[in-house]
Design a protein around this ligand. Structure first.
Ligand SMILES: [Fe+2]
Length: 93
């Protein structure tokens, strides 16, 4: 049985749904990387390590944004729902 976290079959490279699903999986990968880098950042007092890890972690956050941009292009409904959720969050007390 295929894990949801494994790459999906890419037999039809023009399948927008499949590419959107892969973008979602890639977002998960970037978020997992951020969690890992944050843990490694917190685990050391070495300033060179902390500086390097912090720099890489920032890049991973940019990658999350890039992948959301891709996902929103492939699946505009995802953008609508994302913005709805963001707006609901911003309006809470
Ligand atoms: Fe990345």
């Amino acid at each position: 049985m295929r894990s949801v976290f494994s790459s999906l079959n890419v037999s039809n490279k023009n399948n927008l749904t499949l590419t959107a699903q892969n973008a979602r999986l890639d977002i998960i990968g970037e978020l997992e990387a951020i969690v890992m880098y944050q843990n490694h950042f917190d685990a050391t007092d070495d300033q060179d390590a902390r500086k390097t890890i912090a720099d890489i972690m920032e890049e991973e956050k940019v990658h999350v944004g890039q992948l959301f941009g891709l996902l929103f292009k492939l699946d505009p409904e995802s953008k609508v729902q994302f913005e709805k959720g963001y707006t609901e969050f911003m309006q809470q007390d």
